[in-house]
Design a protein around this ligand. Structure first.
Ligand SMILES: *Cc1c(COP(=O)(O)O)cnc(C)c1O
Length: 425
């Protein structure tokens, strides 16, 4: 299948017609559990000696179709769908780390990720070192013997920042730790991090993959190239005998998808954030139009960004698709089909200007999401990033004057007119 084009794969990967009924759309298997053929089959399933469905906390056929679709689009070996993007981060990092371990993350991240890493992970004995990702060498400088992973976003939320993936991947490889890339804002249509050296790709499927603002979901994709056994004992969940599976070693047994199997068989089994089949159906259906949506949303975002760049109420626009933007060259390299549909602007009138804009728009919706077919605006300083200290918020690109814009699929002239009236009120 994978010799086909991206558009073909977005529609067909993971979902053939259902053989029993002939149903062409992906069926929603709204079941918690699956009948065993006999006691031997049941035992083999529980021992991971054969693949099959036991219970929908672990696997479900509708969810499996989504996992295969996204793994194929990213070029990975296997995927695990989970209840949210944050659950994907939690399960992936939990699989790699034990109490006392550390990881390094870019400081330009989705606000919720900064809070998850700095507060809730700390409570579990996992330490995150945040570094300024504009200089890749900062990741090398932050390495310690306890660091087990490096985490970045390809295109960083809240906007406009493109990570130089290639040198960061080299630093991770030299240190013998996996590079985890949150590819939510770029999607595999714009950027395929495995081609630049990433080892694990994560998604909040809530955003562009689903694309219609109707389902929360997340994905973990295993790149299949990382050697978990290079340093003995460094990744015990993957290389040491697993007590929950009679001493099975995930990497030795499952090789290039051992990480994904461990995330499922231990992470989902014991921590529990599985994706509902109905959400998997909506997200998988959304992905059928991902290429068309991304193409149009990138085109419209560029037009809206150009308009705002010349507007007297706007101090600055941070969109890597603009030729004068500091991230323009990185965007050309890593996402040549477009610089995404989410970006930030700075209002000359500061905090008050941000509030006025989000309250003045009529077509744009003021809410805390991105990647919808509907255009969205948000003032991070008064919403998603308000838990952060002023220093953290500024470092994350969410200062008081900043408004985040997610351009949807409406007529672009209407969007421009809407922003213009809200800015000149
Ligand atoms: C939204 C988002 C998340 C969190 O995903 P949820 O599905 O809301 O849990 C993580 N990373 C990025 C880049 C996001 O935009």
């Amino acid at each position: 299948m994978s010799e086909h084009g991206f558009e073909t794969l977005a529609i067909h990967a993971g979902a053939a017609p259902e053989p029993t009924t002939g149903a062409r759309a992906l069926p929603i298997y709204q079941t918690t559990s699956y009948v065993f053929e006999d006691a031997d089959e049941a035992a083999a399933l529980f021992n991971l000696q054969t693949f099959g469905n036991i219970y929908s906390r672990l696997t479900n056929p509708t969810v499996s179709a989504l996992e295969e679709r996204v793994a194929t689009l990213e070029g990975g070996t296997a995927g695990v769908a989970v209840a949210s993007g944050h659950a994907a981060q939690f399960i992936a990092l939990h699989t790699l780390m034990s109490v006392g371990d550390e990881f390094i993350a870019a400081n330009k991240l989705y606000g919720g990720s900064i809070t998850q890493f700095s507060t809730t992970f700390a409570k579990m004995g996992l330490t995150c070192h945040f570094v300024d990702s504009s200089d890749p060498e900062n990741f090398a400088r932050a390495l310690t013997p306890k660091v087990k992973a490096i985490f970045v976003e390809s295109l960083a939320n809240p906007g406009g920042v493109v990570t130089d993936l290639e040198p960061v991947a080299r630093i991770a490889a030299d240190a013998g730790v996996p590079l985890i890339v949150d590819n939510t804002l770029a999607t595999p249509y714009l950027c395929r991090p495995f081609e630049w050296g990433a080892d694990i790709v994560l998604h909040s499927a809530t955003k562009f993959l689903g694309g219609h603002g109707n389902s929360v979901g997340g994905l973990i994709i295993d790149g299949g190239k990382f050697n978990w056994a290079a340093e003995p004992g460094k990744y015990p969940a993957l290389t040491e005998p697993s007590p929950g599976y009679h001493g099975l070693r995930f990497y030795e047994t499952f090789g290039d998808f051992g990480f994904a199997i461990s995330c499922r068989a231990v992470g989902l089994r014991d921590l529990g954030p599985s994706l509902a089949p109905f959400n998997a159906f909506l997200i998988a259906t959304g992905i059928e139009t991902l290429p068309l949506r991304m193409q149009r949303q990138c085109e419209s975002a560029l037009e809206v960004a150009r308009f705002l760049d010349g507007h007297p109420a706007i101090e600055w626009v941070s969109y890597a698709g603009l030729e004068n933007d500091p991230h323009y060259d990185l965007a050309r390299k890593y996402m040549p089909k477009g610089a995404g549909a989410v970006f930030t602007v700075g209002l000359k009138a500061g905090f008050e200007g941000g509030v006025k804009l989000v309250e003045g728009v009529e077509i744009f919706s003021h809410l805390a999401n991105i990647g919808d077919a509907k255009s969205l605006v948000l003032h991070p300083a008064s919403t998603t990033h308000r838990q952060l200290t002023p220093e953290q918020a500024a470092a994350a690109g969410a200062g008081p004057e900043v408004v985040r814009i997610s351009v949807g699929l409406e007529t672009v002239e209407d969007l421009i007119r809407d922003l213009d009236q809200a800015l000149s009120e």
